[in-house]
Ligand binder design. Sequence first.
Ligand code: UD1
Length: 382
Amino acid sequence: MKILNIVGARPNFMKIAPLIESYRAYPHIEPVLVHTGQHYDEKMSDLFFRQLGIPEPDMNLDVGSGSHAVQTAAVMTAIEPVLQDQRPDAVLVVGDVNSTIACGLVAVKLGIPLIHVEAGLRSFDRSMPEEINRILTDSISEIFFCTEQSGVDNLLDEGIAPERIHLVGNVMIDTLLRNREKAEASGVLEEMGLRPEHYAVMTLHRPSNVDDPGAMARIIDAMDSIQRDMPLVFPIHPRTEANLQRFGLSARLHGMENLHLTPPSGYLDFLKLTANAAVVLTDSGGIQEESTILGVPCITLRENTERPVTVKVGANQLAGNDTTRIIEAYRRARAQERAGWAPPPFWDGKAAERTVAAINQWWEESYGKPRESGEVSASAGI
Ligand code: UD1
């Protein structure tokens, strides 16, 4: 069984790493890895491959940046000949980025079954590009792997047959647990002069926060208050950095004495930073989940989350981008007990193993025994 696996943007890399490793237990599964090149900077891409031990991609489509239409179309145009040439039995996509829907759409139109890992998550906010990507990807996938019960419930509500849905846990948490010890060896705290549990970490890149100068300014006001209370580390996404300059807000950040403004962090340094932080503030999806497992209170700078289990267990608060609400949430988080909550079910480091076992079983049940290499699958009508 040949499975073509897609990665494109930074949050995909942590999700694919344990899957690629788990395929090794199934010698008849031949994984092919394709990087769309949606993220391409050393610090947004290559560094993650090296640190997570992900093999060099078999192909890089080098699509780069662009508007949503330009980027999505570029991925679609570039992946089509690859799928026609490779003739995989299935295409596996993770998460909700533009590369996910672009490759999924091309695959199903070529008759290739689509596997979606991290399926069913919904923010119910259609102004988020990722929400559109999630809904569309799930509407064309054949088999669904969910990180939390809400994902299962959302798919059932959308009419997906229960036998196609698998609650397997969180492959990104597999990566976190595997790298926890390695990350502790990072010297990043010493380099920045930080004491464990005496600093906060923030990340910001959502269009709703960083493409709007008003929202950006309100968040910066909150950052100013927080950094007066304790050091605030802010590894800055290229999109955010470009916008801060465009809006004339960079000088304000540079003037904050207790703010550590850094380039995007590698995986291990960032894991060390979050694991030892007093509080994490973010608009990322994945970081809400990582801080839940690391036992660090999280404040999400959004009005909603597609990962409601993080709020339900008590690890995460939603604060939007209003200055007062962020500061109030920060005070509550400071008063909160670390790790005072139970981890969500199946976030135990074995999600990739469960996923690959289920893929193998699904394949054997739906498409018969694994095909001989070179033979074209009946399902892949290409
Ligand atoms: C993308 C995903 C988002 C994910 C995020 C993680 C979509 C719709 N969005 O958002 O879900 O949470 O990745 O980072 O797919 N840039 C660089 N170097 C890079 C990559 C990007 O400089 O290696 C800059 C470019 O100016 C680019 C901008 O960042 O235009 C945005 O990149 P893009 O991939 O379009 O979206 P992200 O905001 O990163």
